[in-house]
Design a protein around this ligand. Structure first.
Ligand SMILES: [Zn+2]
Length: 144
């Protein structure tokens, strides 16, 4: 049975639900890239799970840098970095910032430090497709 953990950005305009069939085994990573370090982001992902994001219309903004390979999604109302995503042939895949969304049970899990800077672009794309979480993103008012 799949378990779900819920969270939100600081102002609550972006809400997330992270599902995993084995929540205890979900790894948490501290990405050491120049952007994620500034946010203190820690990411969880499960290729067999699901990430549902519900955002109030117009509050989500994206940022790209360096290889432009991934989108970083931020709440433009409160500035929290919520998740990062890529498009793959199998659909969008994401990693969730469990610190930014204050996910109980994941935000305090010891994080593995990862430096992907040396990886070739093809390797990086393949890894994200294989390891990141299937994403559904819906824009709707929180009360709807
Ligand atoms: Zn917010």
């Amino acid at each position: 049975m799949s378990h779900a953990l819920n969270g939100a950005c600081h102002c609550g305009a972006v809400r997330v639900s992270f599902e995993s069939p084995d929540m205890d085994a979900v790894p948490v990573f501290a990405c050491t890239c120049s952007f994620c370090r500034r946010h203190g982001a820690r990411y969880a992902r499960d290729p067999n799970g699901a990430l549902h994001v519900t955002a109030a219309p117009g509050v989500l903004g994206t940022y790209r840098f360096a290889a432009q390979a991934a989108d970083f999604w931020l709440c433009e109302q409160c500035g929290v970095l919520v998740f990062s995503s890529v498009e793959t042939p199998d659909g969008p895949r994401a990693t969730l910032n469990v610190v930014g969304t204050d996910i109980e049970g994941l935000k305090d899990r010891p994080a593995q430090s990862m430096d992907f800077g040396e990886q070739a672009a093809e390797d990086r794309a393949a890894r994200r497709q294989a390891m990141w979480t299937p994403l559904t993103l819906v824009e709707a008012s929180p009360s709807a």
